[in-house]
Design a protein around this ligand. Structure first.
Ligand code: 3H9
Length: 696
């Protein structure tokens, strides 16, 4: 049998046709793959020597889905449904052979096969929801027919990957075999199907499992209620649910049509565009233009951490979780004990939720060595400083580390805003110094800003990025500037949020508008959570800002039961009449008259200066690309992923509109709103951050 095309191949092995897809990196269903599949199935069906067909993939995975890069482009024949019909209607059994991951359209292809055999290490899933989509090739109609409605709802709304053994248990795959013998056993299974004259099992014809949910709308209502918080703001989960409802209530072909319509609607919408942008952005962020595979990686086996406070402890947990031995240093036994106790308590809380076992806790704690002397860090390959945020203190720590750390060790600071160049200057080896800006709580937050100082060497940067990957972070390489990328932009939003309040908006108005936009929390609720007294001291308080006045009144945030909001016992927030009155008086003392501020103004004034700052950051080369800024904001600051990130959002709004609006505010509010030069130029050239003008 001939090779079908560049990405598919058909061979005959003693009556069994083996149809192989070989389309790196992930065997996505590109036009070429679809064409090869269709041709292969047709040839195998026509060939009298073929008794059954085995569909298998080369490389690291089974089909990982539709080719996302084709979305939004003119469709190329054959369509996926056409290919699927050829498989499902084949008069000869077709067996999907799954290794790696069968995802999205990949699993949907497997679901039109008559049987599915999977390697033990494989996983299956319909992750379209994470791209703002739904499975658009029958997945929502076939999945519940195999696994039942409750499971199907869970799978399509989370996009979770189901390991092969669990997939077999729920009826998604028919046989699980050892990885090493997958191909051989799959062919043997095909022979068995032929020998036993097993029926051509078409999932579309099954009805029992969906019938069980027919006429039970409360099942869906309950699912929506239980997950309302998780789905807030997202369109795709609701559309996925509606498709499963259609699978239950409509005949198969009608359900398919409904699914198709909703898929197309989502595909054309802003949310999916944003989530697909984020998918590629979160992969691109790892690519460093001037640091490639030729840059040597430094060996890192042992970690040292200076400071066992909230940050130091959280950072340590990342490395312990990944199996690295960590030495953690504090200045007093009491602080050390407290730090270790917090780490243990965090692990115990995780264990209570069933995510780790008691053995896991002990294994991780055993990797941790407490110490009172910095000399204990002499053998560490990477030392991360997490002490008080003060330049003199940091420089002193680095000067000492310079004397103690072994040659070649990476010396990292966890500063969130200080000048890493200056910190590096306290050592005789600035090339080894880098910023690793973890976000709080460091054991939970995915984001890591890797801060490249002027003299940081390439091997140090590459090693830091690789380590970040190993400990499960999403790392973005940024340059030295006050606040780096994330906090520098946040400062813009904070300034406007506070200014808006003095002009007449109330803290809960600002928070509500940002929450409606999709942030989990607004800036004032956030301040209350973090504590208004961060960096505040009664002795030096001058009562000249709202925050100071609130602290002086002992309204220091959630922990004191009052801040910008009032809190009840269960920490539920209520707008505070006291604060409202206080704001009015404070503004009046400053000679301001209160006015009505529209929601639109709140949103524009909080977000557009951030976008503007993002443009300046790019101009100055402090971020590599606009999409890195988006990754930072989605992972570090709760920017809703269905809005892609601040720079993608600017593209969605239209850069000319952003510039115009900034100009408008500049007239009344001054230079803070002056558009960045690059933003104006890009807007004037009709470009966008995701597609710079020259590439269009
Ligand atoms: C769908 O199927 C819709 C259907 O229901 C309906 C159709 C009508 N397309 O992640 P990695 C690239 S929607 C194009 O770094 P890993 C990726 O960009 C799809 N490209 O590897 C990267 O490129 P580069 C539903 C894709 O080993 C390279 O492959 N499916 C696609 O860490 C390696 O990727 C999904 O949502 C794609 N579908 O993880 C699955 N997938 O090297 C999405 C990947 O140039 N994919 N690429 O940066 C994944 O979850 C992971 O890629 C996977 C491998 C787990 C497969």
């Amino acid at each position: 049998m001939p090779t079908l095309n560049a990405v598919t191949d058909l061979t005959l092995e003693d009556g069994i046709a083996v149809l192989t897809i070989d389309a790196p990196p992930v065997n996505a269903l590109s036009a070429g793959v679809r064409a090869g599949l269709l041709a292969g199935i047709r040839q195998a069906v026509e060939d009298d020597a073929v008794q059954a067909i085995v569909l298998i993939c080369a490389g690291k995975t089974f089909i990982a889905g539709a080719d996302i890069t084709e979305f939004g482009k003119p469709p190329q024949p054959p369509s996926l449904p056409e290919v699927q019909s050829a498989i499902e209607d084949s008069p000869k059994p077709v067996i999907a052979v799954i290794h790696g991951t069968a995802l999205g359209g990949g699993l949907e292809v497997a679901l039109v096969c008559h049987y599915r055999v999977a390697a033990r290490s494989a996983a299956c899933g319909l992750p379209e929801v994470n791209l703002g989509l739904l499975p658009g090739a029958g997945g929502t109609q076939r999945l519940p027919r195999l696994v039942g409605v409750e499971r199907a709802l869970e799978l399509v709304t989370t996009g979770m990957h189901v390991p092969a053994p669990a997939a077999a248990e729920m009826g998604l795959v028919d046989l699980v075999v050892d990885d090493a013998s997958l191909r051989q056993e799959a062919i043997a299974f095909a022979r068995q199907v032929v020998a036993e004259r097993r029926p051509l099992r078409r999932v579309r014809d099954l009805d029992d499992r969906v019938a069980a949910a027919r006429g039970k709308p409360e099942l869906f209502a309950q699912f929506r209620r239980a997950n309302a918080k998780r789905f807030r703001g997202f369109l795709a989960p609701e559309y996925n649910i509606r498709c499963i409802e259609a699978a239950v209530e409509l005949p198969f072909d009608e359900g398919l049509r409904r699914e198709r319509e909703m898929f197309v609607e989502l595909l054309k919408g802003e949310q999916s565009a944003a989530q697909r942008h984020y998918f590629f952005a979160s992969r691109e962020v790892w690519r460093l233009p001037d640091i490639g595979a030729e840059t040597p990686l430094l060996p890192v086996a042992a970690i040292g951490i200076v400071g066992a406070g909230t940050m130091g402890g959280g950072i340590a947990m990342n490395f312990l979780n990944a199996g690295y031995p960590v030495t953690i240093v504090e200045t007093s036994q009491q602080a050390l004990d407290r730090g270790l106790a917090t780490i243990r308590r965090n692990y115990e809380n995780t264990a209570k939720k069933g995510r780790i076992s008691a053995t896991d806790i002990e294994r991780r704690m055993a990797l941790l060595t407490p110490a009172l002397q910095m000399e204990a860090l002499s053998q560490a390959d990477l030392v991360i400083e997490a002490v008080f945020e003060n330049m003199d203190v940091k420089k002193e720590v680095f000067a000492r580390l310079d004397r103690i750390a072994k040659p070649g060790a990476i010396l990292a600071t966890n500063t969130s805003a200080l000048d890493v160049n200056e910190i590096a200057s306290a050592t005789s080896r600035p090339e080894s110094v880098i910023g690793l800006h973890f976000f709080s709580p460091a054991n939970v937050m995915k984001l890591l800003e890797v801060v490249r100082a002027e003299k940081t060497s390439r091997p140090v940067i590459r090693t830091a990025m690789e380590l970040a990957r190993k400990i499960g972070k999403i790392a973005a390489l940024v340059g030295v500037c006050p606040g780096f990328v994330g906090n520098r932009m946040l400062a813009q939003r904070q300034r406007e949020a506070h200014r808006l309040v003095l002009e007449g908006a109330l803290p809960w108005d600002v928070d509500r508008v940002l929450v409606e936009f999709g942030f989990p929390m607004g800036p004032f609720a956030m301040s209350d959570l973090a504590g208004l007294d961060l960096g505040w001291r009664r002795e030096t308080s001058t009562g000249s800002t709202l925050r100071e006045i609130l602290c002086e009144m002992d309204r220091r945030g959630q922990k004191t039961g009052a801040g910008y909001y009032d809190y009840d016992e269960a920490r539920n927030a209520r707008p505070s009449p006291v604060v409202e009155q206080l704001i009015r008086e404070f503004a009046a003392r400053q000679g301001r008259t209160s006015r009505t501020v529209s929601d639109q103004e709140i949103l524009e004034r909080c977000l557009y200066p951030m976008i503007n700052e993002g443009a300046k950051i790019l101009e100055e080369g402090k971020a590599i690309r606009a999409s890195d800024i988006d990754v930072i904001w989605v992972n570090g600051y709760g920017w809703p992923v269905y809005r892609g990130g601040p720079m993608f959002h600017a593209d969605t709004v239209g850069l000319d509109k952003v510039v115009q609006t900034l100009r408008g505010y500049q007239e009344t509010l001054g230079a803070d709103f002056e558009p960045a030069r690059s933003l104006e130029e890009l807007a004037a050239a009709g470009g966008s951050f995701s597609k710079p003008a020259q590439r269009q």
